[in-house]
Design a protein around this ligand. Structure first.
Ligand code: DOR
Ligand code: ZN
Length: 347
């Protein structure tokens, strides 16, 4: 059995690091192993203009350890009134890598997201023209749709028509969570690519709800059935070009996670690449790890892969229970904190 593997440095194509003390506490966790990451714009208020993104990028760079060559990639939070000229200017200036579509109220800090799809056609047409990627939180928020069906209904009702109307627009369906979604992505590649989180490949809804409610397994899109979990795991470990790494690592304070209306999001950055490596190793697919983590994502974005490498070693280590935050949020609990896991990046 292989106990050590070297791959090109991976990128995280979907990451939340927030702002202020939370940014300072969490971004170094990703920078330790990844070359680049797409920083999600769902701050309060959101990163919605080129000027917002320039300022947020500066704060992110300031949060990095000295000497780090990690590159934060910025996204524009799409609203009904987003200005196509500003999006294009930000893209041409190398500030924006992509635009992120949140259906309004689908998840954390998405209240300012899209409410009327007819209003965003001007931005989508411009992005199609200039070759800019659209990142989609693919869940239908119609309250008559069951929470476990939100992804499937969104694909049918929103994404399929959008892809027909803008056939030249390259899209990433973020945090894929269902077997139906896996089939949809395969059928629509290469226009469509998709990120897969480690936890959607590790746990099912029985783990989340079957033996006590587990707020630390609660995220959006919600964790689904065992058949969905298996389909996602097969998709990622296939090495197929349309699937790539995006952790959706999403830190929240303990108070927010354990509130009566608890926040969605799992904080995985301190063990993200290790989780993916364990999944591929346990399934006998380590030969596909580099494609999923380091090659397929850049190819979908039209970027070169990183030239540096990282080495992972199979050896037991204990996941820290929390990351301290120097501010009012105090600490963030880590996914699988306190458990022993068996792969680690060699520094
Ligand atoms: O679980 C989630 N948390 N899903 C999202 O889409 C957003 C994220 C967050 O920002 O906390
Ligand atoms: Zn996210």
């Amino acid at each position: 059995m292989t106990d050590r593997i070297t791959i090109r440095k991976p990128d995280d194509w979907h990451l939340h690091v927030r702002d202020g003390a939370m940014l300072a506490a969490t971004l170094p966790q990703t920078a330790r192993a990844f070359g680049r990451a797409i920083l999600m714009p769902n701050l309060a208020p959101p990163v919605a203009t080129t000027a917002d993104a320039i300022a947020y990028r500066a704060r992110a760079l300031a949060a990095l350890p000295k000497g780090s060559d990690f590159v934060p990639l910025m996204t524009c939070y799409l609203r009904d009134d987003t200005d196509p000229d500003d999006v294009e200017a930000g893209f041409r200036a190398g500030v924006f890598t992509a635009v992120k579509l949140y259906p309004a109220n689908a998840t954390t800090n998405s209240a300012a997201g899209v409410t009327d799809y007819a209003k965003i056609t001007g931005v989508l047409a411009r992005m199609e023209k200039i070759g800019m990627r659209l990142l989609v939180h693919g869940e239908e928020v119609d309250p008559t749709v069951d929470v476990f069906d939100r992804e499937a209904v969104f694909l049918d009702r929103r994404l399929a028509p959008m892809m027909r109307d803008f056939p030249g627009l390259k899209i990433v369906l973020e945090h894929l969570s269902s077997k139906i979604g896996v089939q949809f992505v395969r059928a629509n590649a290469p226009q469509l690519g998709s990120t897969i989180t480690p936890y959607h490949m590790e746990i099912n809804r029985t783990d989340m709800l079957g033996w006590g409610i587990k707020p630390y397994f609660y995220c959006m899109p919600i964790i689904k059935t065992e058949a969905d979990r298996v389909a996602l795991r097969e998709a990622a470990t296939s090495g197929d070009a349309c699937f790539f790494l995006g952790t959706d690592s999403a830190p929240h304070s303990v108070a927010k996670k354990l509130a009566l209306s608890g926040a969605a999001g799992l904080f995985t950055a301190p063990l993200a690449i290790e989780l993916y490596t364990k999944i591929f190793a346990d399934d006998g697919k380590l030969d596909k790890l580099e494609a999923f983590c380091s090659l397929n994502g850049p190819a979908h974005y039209g970027l070169a892969p990183n030239s540096a490498t990282i080495t992972l070693q199979r050896r037991p280590w204990t996941v820290p229970e929390h990351i301290p935050v120097d501010g009012p949020d105090e600490r963030v609990l880590v996914y699988r904190g306190g458990e022993t896991t068996d792969w680690q990046v060699l520094t």
